[in-house]
Design a protein around this ligand. Structure first.
Ligand SMILES: N[C@@H](CCC(=O)N[C@@H](CS)C(=O)NCC(=O)O)C(=O)O
Length: 212
């Protein structure tokens, strides 16, 4: 039986949940925060979420977990076989985990995490400086999406799932994408957020996290 550890608002945890849902894999979730406790570090040596257990086996890092799931549960693949497409899917996953995450989830953390975990008000200067970087990621993604339905090939891959996971926080914060400047990105993100299994995970989170 699979158990996923980590609270749902983390884009990395959400990424794994989206892949589990897409592949229709049963699992349970423990709403664990990151920790430096010895027990936690045994399963997740960097003290980060998510980590996942599958019977006696445990593994951390969202991208590594997804690749494990892809090997063990090959139905509904999220990584293409063809080498260039495979590499592109991994690259765009990396771009989401780093640049996109640093900007969008950085703001999300200031708004929600700082008051909850650090006991301080959001730092509006940090938020403003991150908002000013939206065009950097929007321009790149707009160009990557030119003439395409999804980021890699014509079907959903880890690239789209990782990006959606961050954009769920972007839309959750009340931001929108100006479709006169970034028409491809605006259309693409709107369509992704309406895909049934994605919408369900994002909607369910509100309830799951209500008492967190
Ligand atoms: N590369 C890791 C990043 C995971 C990560 O940074 N998780 C955050 C929560 S969103 C965390 O646990 N932060 C605690 C820390 O950095 O100590 C992954 O893809 O799983």
């Amino acid at each position: 039986m699979i158990t996923l550890y980590g609270f749902s608002f983390s884009p990395y945890v959400r990424k794994v949940r989206l892949v589990l849902a897409h592949k229709n894999i049963e699992y349970s979730q423990v709403m664990a925060p990151p920790s430096q406790d010895a027990d936690f570090l045994q399963k997740s040596p960097l003290g980060k979420i998510p980590y996942l257990t599958d019977g006696d086996f445990s593994i951390s890092d969202s991208s590594v977990i997804v690749q494990y799931l892809e090997k063990k549960y090959p139905q509904m693949p999220v990584l293409p076989q063809e080498p260039h497409s495979f590499a592109r899917a991994l690259w765009l996953d990396e771009y989401s985990d780093t640049k996109v995450n640093e900007i969008i989830t950085g703001i999300f953390f200031e708004r929600f995490g700082a008051p909850k975990f650090l006991g301080r008000d959001p730092d509006e200067a940090i938020i403003k400086s991150k908002e000013m970087q939206f065009p950097v990621i929007f321009n790149y993604l707009e160009q990557e999406l030119k003439g395409k339905k999804f980021l890699v090939n014509e079907c959903l891959t880890l690239a789209d799932i990782s990006l959606t996971s961050n954009f769920a926080n972007f839309f959750g914060l009340g931001y929108t994408i100006d479709d006169s400047q970034w028409p491809n990105l605006a259309r693409y993100t709107e369509k992704l957020m309406k895909i049934d299994f994605i919408k369900k995970i994002v909607d369910d989170e509100q309830e799951e996290m209500a008492d967190f």
